[in-house]
Design a protein. Structure first.
Lengths: 324, 523
């Protein structure tokens, strides 16, 4: 510690290091103007915190309300905390004291010696035994690569084409979450419900992959099939009696597109507000979704129950590498 | 320290960095921020060489294996006691259609249906047995050579704590699969908890979340086994290694070795190469054991059912001494004043291990009471030179060994075709007799061996054997040759620069006489 180069505190007094102060230095005095009063205040805090903790014990013993536990514990801890901070700030030496920073970097000589130790002792042993080094490297590389097999490949089966497919097939009946088939008279125009392939409404796959939004619209295609709703050229017969069905999985990140805005005839994804125009083959008209929701072709049997005229013609849900 | 002039060209920058090119530049960058160059003393750290110093390394590396394989197992193990039915297409036919806990099913499933799963499971179990075993042998080395003495008592304490944690975690771990053998072990552990006076029943209910077996114990043991205790072990192992580096390794006495130095090979690159090699050897042996030595085949034991039991049920080896004492301890229950203290359980299973581990942990201070030795010790003792300590250690370990053998009284009786009662009484007598006999025997053996130990560190002098024309053989000491008694090189401080190491050492030519009677042979 150099004596000629003292820093100065803002009040003009010299900055001292801890080994330069004496008990009478102003830095060693407490900040509190009236230390006795402060001591009383802090004592009160500690007493209160003790009472809170004892209270917590009693409350636990009496199996009291959960908010009472939290209140007593939280208040008690806060009292201890405030008390300790006040003790440190007002009753301990006010300072300030100074500590010199140590030069972090080493001298050039030390650096060279370190590099020399690495190169001369380590590098040279490898350089002189290049073959051994290479062979060891090859061995380590091999074990590194093959370790990935048990670590990764054991974790699960390969996806295969499971991501491309759903359980909807030609002739699969639509059922609600209660398992009942959907009759053509179930919904009025403007209605919507979630449907599943019959028998799979309670399964993981049925709920996660096959979930489909069924919506009834005013029929719009009077020429050949007056009851149908056509969303797009080529889908003339996909919407019997105005019923259209779209995959409920958002093409953005796979959230269920659970909101049907009846007035505007939009399906809205609550996660990132993608909107799909139900009239026009669920084309995304707003938000981050890149593709329309896949549509499920529907048909009606002789008793008036809805079934799938075919499966989905493309993979449902978000995009992935193998999606074609 | 940054260079004063800014280099203009790349070449200037390279030269400014220092004489070692990219290494120098990397060192400079790191040193500006962290001051790494000051860590050269760490590269230069000297490790003394002795085979027994690797025992602790085995423990460290088997713990690494436990962490690696353990992570793999957690990906497949389901810590739940809820019931599932094993599918009818399960590869192991006897289990098909059985109702078992999810813990059991996930364990057999990972053994049969997950690629590499059985290998990882068996490696994990073997690594645990090796972990505890190497800690015990490492402690024995530290004990018999007096390495625990001042200033290393703290590390002895940390080490003993690690042993207790390793045993505890081993027990928790092999309880997880919920098979018949481990379930029986849990039942016994429950009864041991119940035997504790005053608080036993509370202890049992708090551990099991109610009456044994309940459905809480496996999820609870799982979180202790994979998170809490490994976390504490990692912390303590770090502290153990930190103290080892800080206090420097002990060494055996020998040429040039004093209390104030360390003689051996430097950390970089010699010790690193050897110790990494050792990591791979430990891995290799564990993998071979996992592949060829079946361990804990729980599909053969079947799922735990509190009403079922199997013959010859034994715990893992490190629990053996406890089980042995439980078997041979006389039935002396204390029942009075409306209370029962099952002393036949409490003494062997709680008091005895308490005494064993307390003696072990307190040993540095116990010994100091007798020796009044408060000096710093960096040179190790030969066990024979401290006969009382060695004799006590042998008696201590032989007691534990007898108790370990006693944990298979039924198997012994069956194997030797003697009555269980004979084996029982033999074990009771041996438990008392063996330590009493081994102590003095070891003591006097040590005294005897001290006589032979006068030539430590000295080379045996060569004899030249002549055959006379009559056919008689006469041995006479050979003349002292240069180099005799100097077969160990003088230890030098680690150099930072080694001049001319790139040039081949000047080796004598094949067949050239190096000194009279010694011919050079190419390596």
């Amino acid at each position: 510690m150099t004596t000629e180069n003292h820093d100065h505190a803002h009040d003009g007094s010299e900055l001292l290091s801890l080994d330069q102060v004496t008990a009478s230095s102003p830095q060693m005095q407490p900040l509190a103007r009236d230390p006795k009063t402060m001591e009383t205040k802090i004592s009160a805090l500690f007493v209160l915190s003790t009472l809170c903790f004892v209270g917590f014990g009693v409350a636990y013993w009496q199996d009291a309300n959960f908010w009472l536990y939290g209140a007593l514990l939280g208040t008690g801890m806060s009292f201890v905390g405030v008390g300790l901070v006040a003790w440190g700030k007002y009753l301990m030496p006010r300072g300030p004291f100074v500590e010199e920073r140590h030069e972090l970097a080493s001298t050039p000589e030390e650096r060279n010696a370190f590099a020399a130790a690495l190169v001369e002792r380590g590098g040279v042993t490898i350089k002189r035994r290049k073959v051994l080094g290479t062979l060891l490297g090859a061995s380590m590389g091999a074990v590194g690569v093959v370790s990935l097999f048990p670590l990764l490949r054991s974790l699960g089966p390969l996806p295969g084409d499971t991501l491309q497919k759903t359980d909807w097939k030609k002739g699969t009946y639509l059922v609600g979450s209660n398992g009942r088939r959907v009759h053509i008279g179930t919904m009025t125009v403007g209605g919507s419900m979630t449907v599943f392939p019959e028998g799979l409404q309670d399964t993981d796959n049925g709920q996660a992959v096959d979930q489909t939004m069924l919506i009834r619209l005013e029929p719009n295609y009077p020429e050949s099939n007056p009851a149908n709703f056509k969303t797009k050229t080529g889908r003339e017969n996909w919407g019997p009696s105005g019923y259209v069905a779209y995959s409920k999985l958002c093409t953005h990140l796979g959230c269920p597109v659970g909101l049907y805005e009846q007035q505007l005839e939009l399906l809205v994804c609550p996660c990132h507000q993608s909107m799909f125009n139900v009239r026009e083959a669920a084309q995304p008209i707003f938000g981050p979704a890149p593709r329309p929701l896949p549509q499920l072709p529907l048909a009606v049997d002789a008793n008036g129950f809805l079934f799938a005229a075919d499966g989905y013609t493309e993979a449902v849900g978000p995009g992935f590498w193998e999606r074609s | 320290m940054s260079t004063t002039t800014t280099p203009r060209t790349k070449r200037q920058a390279k030269e400014a960095a220092g004489p070692y090119g990219n290494v120098s530049r990397a060192v400079n960058e790191l040193d500006d921020r962290l001051g790494v160059a000051k860590a050269r003393t760490f590269l230069d750290k000297i490790f003394p060489d002795h085979w027994s110093f690797m025992l602790g390394e085995i423990a460290l590396y088997s713990f690494v294996i436990l962490l690696l394989t353990g992570v793999f197992l957690t990906l497949y193990f389901v810590p739940s006691q809820s019931s599932v039915r094993i599918p009818m297409d399960f590869p192991y036919a006897p289990l098909r259609g059985q109702r078992v806990s999810e813990a059991f099913y996930s364990t057999v499933n990972m053994s049969f249906n997950v690629r590499c799963g059985l290998l990882m499971r068996q490696m994990h179990h073997w690594a645990c047995d090796i972990f505890v075993g190497s800690i015990v042998v490492h402690m024995a080395r530290v004990y018999f050579t007096g390495a625990f003495r001042k200033p290393r008592e703290t590390n002895w304490l940390i080490g003993s704590t690690l042993l207790i944690l390793a045993i505890t975690n081993g027990f928790l771990g092999y309880s997880l699969p919920d098979d018949l053998v481990s379930g029986t072990g849990l039942r016994i552990a429950d009864s041991i908890m119940l035997s504790v006076p005053l608080v036993g029943s509370y202890l049992s209910f708090f551990v099991f979340g109610g009456n044994f077996p309940g459905t809480a114990v496996i999820p609870r043991f799982f979180v202790l086994h994979v998170l809490l205790i490994p976390g504490i072990i990692i912390g303590l192992v770090s502290a153990h290694l930190f103290l080892l580096v800080r206090q420097k390794h002990t060494q055996f006495p020998g040429k040039g070795r004093t209390e104030k130095n360390v003689v051996g090979t430097p950390m970089f690159p010699v010790f690193i190469a050897k110790t990494q090699g050792f990591l791979f050897i430990t891995l290799g042996v564990t993998a071979l054991l996992g592949a060829f030595a079946e361990i804990n085949p729980i599909w053969q034991f079947g799922p735990y059912d509190a009403a079922k039991i199997s013959y010859a049920v034994q715990p893992d080896w490190y629990m053996g001494f406890l089980d042995g004492l439980l078997r041979i301890f006389p039935p002396i229950e204390f029942a009075s004043f409306g209370h029962t203290i099952p002393l036949e359980v409490f003494i062997p299973a709680v008091v005895f291990p308490g005494i064993v581990f307390n003696i072990a942990m307190a040993w540095p201070w116990i010994e100091r009471k007798f020796t009044k030795d408060n000096e710093m010790h960096n040179l190790l003792d030969r066990p024979r030179d401290v006969p009382h300590r060695t004799a006590f250690g042998v008696a201590f370990f032989s007691l534990l060994a007898i108790l370990f053998i006693a944990s298979s009284t039924d198997v012994l009786a069956n194997f030797f075709h003697v009555s269980l009662n004979t084996v029982l009484w033999a074990m009771r007598i041996l438990t008392i007799l063996v330590p009493i006999v081994t102590y003095p025997v070891t003591y006097f053996l040590c005294i005897e061996m001290q006589e032979g130990g006068r030539l430590i560190g000295k080379r045996k002098t060569a004899n030249i054997v002549h055959r006379t024309t009559e056919g008689e053989y006469i041995a006479e000491p050979a003349a002292v040759r240069p180099g005799d008694g100097h077969h160990e090189l003088d230890a030098l401080p680690v150099p930072s620069f080694i001049e001319g190491i790139d040039e081949e050492l000047e080796a004598p030519h094949e067949g050239e006489l190096v000194e009279p009677g010694v011919r050079a042979v190419t390596r």
